[in-house]
Ligand binder design. Sequence first.
Ligand SMILES: NC(=O)c1ccc[n+]([C@@H]2O[C@H](COP(=O)([O-])OP(=O)(O)OC[C@H]3O[C@@H](n4cnc5c(N)ncnc54)[C@H](OP(=O)(O)O)[C@@H]3O)[C@@H](O)[C@H]2O)c1
Length: 262
Amino acid sequence: MKYKIAFIGAGKMAEGILSAITDKSSVIMAEKVAERAAGMKKRYGVSVTSDPALAAKSARIVFLAVRPQDVDGVAAVVKPVLGATQVLVSIVAGKTLAKLRKAFGAKARLVRVMPNLALRANAGMCAICASPNAKKADVAAVEKILGGAGRTVLLAERHFDAVTALSGSGPAYFAYMAKAMADAGAALGLPKSVALLLSEQTMFGTAKFLLESEMPLEPFIDGVCTKGGTTFAGMEHLAPSDFRDVVAATLSAAAKRSKELA
Ligand SMILES: NC(=O)c1ccc[n+]([C@@H]2O[C@H](COP(=O)([O-])OP(=O)(O)OC[C@H]3O[C@@H](n4cnc5c(N)ncnc54)[C@H](OP(=O)(O)O)[C@@H]3O)[C@@H](O)[C@H]2O)c1
């Protein structure tokens, strides 16, 4: 095989994963949009093609990175060329291993991943599960690639709709929260750009501190909320609100949609 890694679909997520691969010359990408393919070649020095079958048959690890509605079309051309030594890694939201097995054949060595867009900042969160056909070494190879672009967790597939709702879709929800905080800051008189910086850097720094310190969230919140202080005054408004219900309903809707996409 000429390449180590192939991507079918060279969109946002494929680009995020690619950023973590050091040897870009070991990568081939199949992409329908010619300008996008040309851009990937120019920016990263990867090989490109418009033919998913050509990419799939020339690499040991094949990432399926198209949208859910495009999977069947890709499977029709890729299934006949997938060999027993290759691993197919799907990052497609909602598509279960059972559905993928149906589309790509019972022998396919399948690994399913739910990534998120933070891969693009090398701070992604990827959940990984594998079909019984996949070997331990396949999973380890996928963990190694994705580990270069953030954190990974091995998880039973039954949790994937919840993962999709929380970390898969999460970047949009956190960005929504950051925008709400920035808008509220601007309403208090801050210049818009400063309000946005304050909001985003505070979100980033809080997450970084929590991850690095491994401090549980409740004592952290209590520690910031000194009785009678400013955070306390804000929290007295936030805590009794329906904020938690809204967050729960948001994730429920996303998980439901993930199930429907299967
Ligand atoms: N974006 C996220 O936050 C996120 C998070 C977790 C998982 N995912 C999953 O990741 C997958 C990719 O998402 P994305 O956001 O990267 O999508 P995207 O930016 O739309 O990229 C997909 C690319 O694949 C191309 N494509 C479609 N059919 C093709 C074919 N037969 N051969 C070659 N290229 C083809 C598309 O071209 P056209 O535009 O012309 O169709 C598009 O350029 C999706 O299945 C999604 O569920 C995404």
